[in-house]
Design a protein around this ligand. Structure first.
Ligand SMILES: [Zn+2]
Length: 103
């Protein structure tokens, strides 16, 4: 998962309500607990450009927070913004563990 700095994010009044509503901190604590309990490992990755970079070709596609679809003119990839970010986060996390993503 992204290693988001929740304390800093709630200072942004545009993001604060969403973050509190999502119970983000509680979710992260539960996920850590579940991973530890089941022999897994929660990998935290730096959140830099996870939603900007194309998960297919790594081309950086700048977009504001309100743009919810990732459209890469470089390779033609079109994905939901969060799906694109999730693929990038998975790749970085696996890389941190010395593993490679499966197709
Ligand atoms: Zn691309």
């Amino acid at each position: 998962m992204e290693d988001l700095k929740i304390k800093n994010m709630v200072k942004n009044r545009h993001l604060a309500k969403s973050i509190h509503d999502a119970g983000w901190g509680a979710f992260r604590r539960m996920l850590t607990y579940k991973c530890n309990r089941n022999g897994g490992k929660l990998v935290k990755v730096k959140p830099h450009f996870t939603s900007q970079d194309c998960s297919n070709c790594h081309h950086r596609v700048k977009k504001s927070l309100s743009v919810r679809t990732h459209v890469c003119k470089h390779c033609g990839t079109v994905l939901d913004r969060d799906h694109n970010a999730a693929i990038n986060i998975e790749k970085v996390g696996l890389n941190q563990l010395g593993l490679t993503p499966t197709a």
